[in-house]
Design a protein around this ligand. Structure first.
Ligand code: NAD
Length: 277
C-alpha cells in the first residue's frame, strides 16, 4: 500500500520539487498552500496525475500555516482523503528582509507566525494523526527494554543555512530558522520514543521566487544590481553554482524514505558546501 506525504508550501519552488520527488518514490501526495496558490497547485496535480496514473490522485488543501486551526483542518482532509498519513514536510516559509534597527513588530510577528508557527502546528497536527492512524491512539513511549517496533511517522522541517549562521539584513528570517532547528531537536527528543523521527533540511541559495524576492530586497538595501548578490556569493559555494529546488528535494526524498529510519534530531545542510567554504 502506498504511503502518504503532506507537503506545505508545495505549489511552487522547493515544495513543488519535493512533491514531485516523493511522488516518484511512490507516495500519495497532499499539496498544502495558500488559497491564492490553487491554480499552481492544480497544475502540479495535473502533472503528477499524468506521470503517476496508477497512484491515487493528489489533493490540494488550502492552508495558512500561521493559523493552527487551518493546519489541523488541512492535515485532517489529507488523512481522510487517503486514509493514511506517514510523512509531514513543514516546508512553507517566507523571507523577511530588514536591518536589525529597522525591524518592526509586524515583520517579527509575520515571519515567526509563518516560519515557526507553521512548523509547530504542522508537527502537532501530523503527530496526532500518526498516533491515531498508525499506533491505534497509543501515546505510551517506548523504552530501552521495548524500543519502537517501527517508524510510524516522519516530520521533516525546512530550516536554512540562515538557521546555522545569522546573516546581516536577514536577522528576523535567521531568528525564525534558528527556532525551526530548535523545534526539530525538541520534537526528536520528545517524539522519537513514539516511533516518530524529526529532522530538518538546510538549503543554501535556492533559485526560487523567494530568492528573487530576497535578491530584490538586498539590492534595495546594498545598492547592488539585481542578480549581483548571487554572483558575489557563487564563489563562496564549493560546487560553484546556485542551488536548484531538485537539489533540496533529493535530501528530502532520503529523509522521507526508510533508508533514514535511524536518523532523528538532525539539521542537514544541502547547500553546495557554502557553509564550509
Ligand atoms: P517560495 O516563495 O518559492 O515558495 C514558498 C511557498 O510557501 C509558496 O508556495 C507560498 O505560497 C507558500 N506559503 C507562504 N506562506 C504560507 C502560509 N502562511 N501558509 C501556507 N503556505 C505559505 O519559496 P522557496 O524558496 O520554495 O522556500 C521554501 C522553503 O525553503 C521556505 O521555508 C524557505 O524559508 C526555505 N529556504 C529557501 C531558500 C532559498 O534560497 N530559496 C534557502 C533556504 C531555505
Amino acid at each position: 500500500m502506498s504511503k502518504t506525504a503532506l507537503i506545505t508550501g508545495a505549489a511552487q519552488g522547493i515544495g513543488k520539487a519535493i512533491a514531485l520527488k516523493l511522488a516518484g518514490k511512490g507516495f500519495q501526495i497532499g499539496i498544502a498552500d495558500l488559497p491564492q496558490q490553487s491554480e499552481k497547485a492544480e497544475e502540479l496535480i495535473a502533472q503528477l496525475k499524468s506521470s503517476y496514473p496508477n497512484v491515487k490522485a493528489p489533493i490540494f488543501v488550502p492552508v495558512d500555516v500561521s493559523k493552527r486551526d487551518s493546519v489541523f483542518t488541512a492535515v485532517d482532509k489529507v488523512a481522510s482523503h487517503f486514509g493514511s498519513l506517514h510523512v509531514m514536510v513543514n516546508n512553507a516559509g517566507i523571507a523577511s528582509v530588514s536591518k536589525i534597527l529597522d525591524a518592526t513588530p509586524e515583520q517579527l510577528n509575520q515571519v515567526m507566525n509563518i516560519n515557526v508557527g507553521g512548523v509547530l502546528y504542522g508537527t502537532q497536527a501530523a503527530v496526532s494523526k500518526f498516533i491515531e492512524l498508525n499506533r491505534g491512539g497509543d501515546y505510551t513511549p517506548s523504552t530501552v527494554e521495548n524500543p519502537p517496533k517501527q517508524i510510524i511517522g516522519k516530520i521533516i522541517n525546512c530550516c536554512s543555512i540562515a538557521g546555522n549562521q545569522a546573516f546581516p539584513i536577514l536577522s528576523l528570517y535567521s531568528a525564525s530558522k534558528f527556532a525551526v532547528k530548535a523545534l526539530t531537536q525538541a520534537s526528536a527528543k520528545e517524539l522519537s520514543s513514539l516511533g516518530i523521527t524529526c529532522n530538518s533540511y538546510a538549503p543554501g541559495i535556492v533559485l526560487t521566487p523567494m530568492w528573487d524576492y530576497i535578491d530584490s530586497q538586498l539590492s534595495e538595501v546594498n545598492g547592488l544590481p539585481i542578480g549581483e548578490n548571487l554572483k558575489r556569493n557563487i564563489d563562496n559555494i564549493a560546487l560553484k553554482r546556485g542551488e536548484t529546488p531538485e537539489d533540496v528535494a533529493g535530501l528530502v526524498g532520503f529523509l522521507a524514505s526508510e533508508d533514514s529510519n535511524y536518523i532523528t534530531g538532525q539539521n542537514i545542510a544541502v547547500d553546495g558546501g557554502i557553509s564550509y567554504v
